[in-house]
Design a protein around this ligand. Structure first.
Ligand SMILES: [Zn+2]
Length: 511
């Protein structure tokens, strides 16, 4: 492939891409036609015959043998624990968190934060994801750590909406029956809460002083059960004032639903009613997971315009169950797909996310489901774009949209014979077929390698950092093991509580 001329485009010149089948989420999904794409100033300006006619003096790019899709949107992920991939087998969320949550670790330096962020961004790009929503934990909200994240992402060329995660209540507020299941010393060791006002000030300072092209900020109340009403009201007000979007985790586990029933009497035991009462449930809010949710709560979220970031792989890995995907989609909610924590799902891989989403959706359907693959593809593109407020900018291959493109090599066996682009993409493509990726008209991946970051030295640094982390990791494991008895007691109590529905069952939702 001749990249020499193409490099001069770098988002500024014009480029005529030809010879590839082009898969737009609202176009022909099974046998999309070979179509020219004209890119100028980082945007798609014309397609087909018009692109060909207007692009005579543009740099040509021969994309024969490829399927071009919009750059995928990773609608929910966490860069902070990418160094912990591969450390766990199946584990409950609570015991996983003891090891994976940054608060349980000694504080990390800006250099390590930059490294893990760069690696996370590169992994997403190599897998065809051009735009991501990162709920990142920055312990103590240090500005230099926020700068490390922003600089690292900028080096990779990825687009990111970054929500620094925050909470103010003690961790035990999120654990049902904590007082009964843990000793006094264990409760003390699980940590106290913090004053929210300084947290809000630090967040506002980061939003004001740290910025870069292609990156933007959002609000990330981490889990509702450890955020006070005051913190959530501030979140709603700040979002209304600034337009910043809000991302949070909701009903990921059975224990969270049990906790809501016990602790939210004023909201009839519903975390969704609490969201509505505090003014936070609206079109700028996306919830991640939504596994242990009752049908009437889905309806309330849909009526409020809230979106869902589904994380099907993590929900299986952490043994939480199946989000009622059909229920959300029947209510008309916008659905995007996330790859979530690298320590929980082990990979930032949108193809795994699409495939599990499609399979679970089909199992929840009352009859044959002819659109599971299409809906998975749309969730991974236009759905995610909507959740990031970027529906007019990314997620489609159409004039006016950013030139965020993933080129998938379809010359291999997974693609022969070529029967359906969308089905072979969702069910057959592992992700290794992504050969080139463009963000805003600039090449960020060429021939399966980052165009902007030296991968060999990145890998060397990752290996060295992992070696340095070994002692900390052993300490964290040891400390976590001390809470094993208490968490097992909580799990037994939670399992005994009736909820009236079972998110571990794959039956079609009963409405
Ligand atoms: Zn998450």
């Amino acid at each position: 492939m001749n990249w020499t001329g193409v490099d001069t485009a770098q988002g500024h010149g014009s480029l005529l891409i030809s010879g590839a089948r082009v898969l737009d989420p609202y176009g022909e999904l099974h046998r999309p036609p070979v179509t020219d794409i004209l890119v100028e100033q980082g945007r798609i300006v014309a397609l087909g015959g018009e692109a060909h006619a207007r692009g005579r003096s543009a740099q040509p790019f021969d994309a024969r043998g490829h399927l071009i899709t919009p750059g995928f949107v990773n609608a929910h992920c966490h860069s902070h624990d990418m160094l912990l991939r591969g450390l766990f087998e199946q584990k409950s969320l609570e015991s996983w968190g003891m090891i994976a949550f940054p608060f349980n670790w000694p504080s990390r330096g800006a250099e390590e934060i930059a490294l893990r962020t760069r690696a996370h961004g590169i992994e997403c790009l190599l897998g065809g994801m051009t735009t991501i929503q990162d709920m990142v934990t920055l312990v103590d909200f240090k500005q230099e750590h926020a700068e490390a994240v922003v600089d690292a992402y900028s080096q990779t060329g990825i687009e990111a909406v970054i929500a620094p995660q925050f909470s103010d209540l003690p961790g035990v507020a999120g654990i049902p029956f904590a007082e009964e299941c843990f000793s006094a010393s264990e409760l003390a060791a699980l940590g106290g809460g913090v004053d929210f006002e300084p947290v809000a000030e630090k967040l506002k300072s980061i939003f004001k002083h740290v910025s870069a092209p292609r990156l933007s900020w959002a609000l990330g109340p981490v889990q509702l059960q450890i955020c006070s009403d005051d913190a959530l009201r501030w979140t709603a007000d700040h979002s209304a004032e600034t337009g910043l979007r809000i991302y949070t985790h909701l009903y990921e586990t059975r224990s969270e639903a049990v906790l809501a029933r016990h602790s939210l009497a004023a909201d009839s035991g519903s975390a969704v009613r609490r969201l509505a009462r505090l003014g936070i449930a609206g079109a700028r809010l996306t919830i991640a997971h939504g596994v242990w949710i009752a049908p009437d709560e889905i309806r309330q979220l849909a009526e409020a315009g809230v979106g869902l970031a589904a994380n099907t792989v993590t929900n299986l890995k952490l043994m939480n169950g199946f989000a009622p995907i059909r229920g959300y989609s029947d209510e008309g909610m916008t659905i995007g797909l996330g790859c979530d924590n690298s320590s929980a799902s082990d990979a930032q891989n949108i193809f795994q996310a699409m495939k599990t989403f499609a399979l679970i959706r089909a199992m929840q359907s009352a009859a044959d489901d002819e659109s599971a693959a299409s809906e998975a593809f749309r969730a991974a593109t236009v759905g995610g774009a909507r959740l990031l407020g970027l529906q007019d900018e990314v997620g489609r291959i159409a004039p006016g949209y950013r030139a965020n493109l993933a080129f998938i090599d379809v010359r291999g066996p997974a693609w022969r014979p070529f029967n359906s682009a969308v089905r072979q993409l969702v069910y057959g493509e592992p992700g290794s077929g992504v050969s080139h990726v463009m963000v805003r008209g600039t090449w960020v991946v060429k021939e399966r390698k980052s165009a902007l970051v030296d991968e060999a030295s990145l890998c060397r640094e990752l290996d060295q950092t992992r070696d340095r982390m070994q002692r900390d990791l052993e300490d964290v494991w040891r400390k976590a093991a001390g809470f094993g008895r208490g968490y097992a007691a909580v799990a037994r109590r939670v399992a005994d509580e009736p909820l009236g529905f079972d998110a571990r069952s794959l039956k079609p939702p009963a409405n």
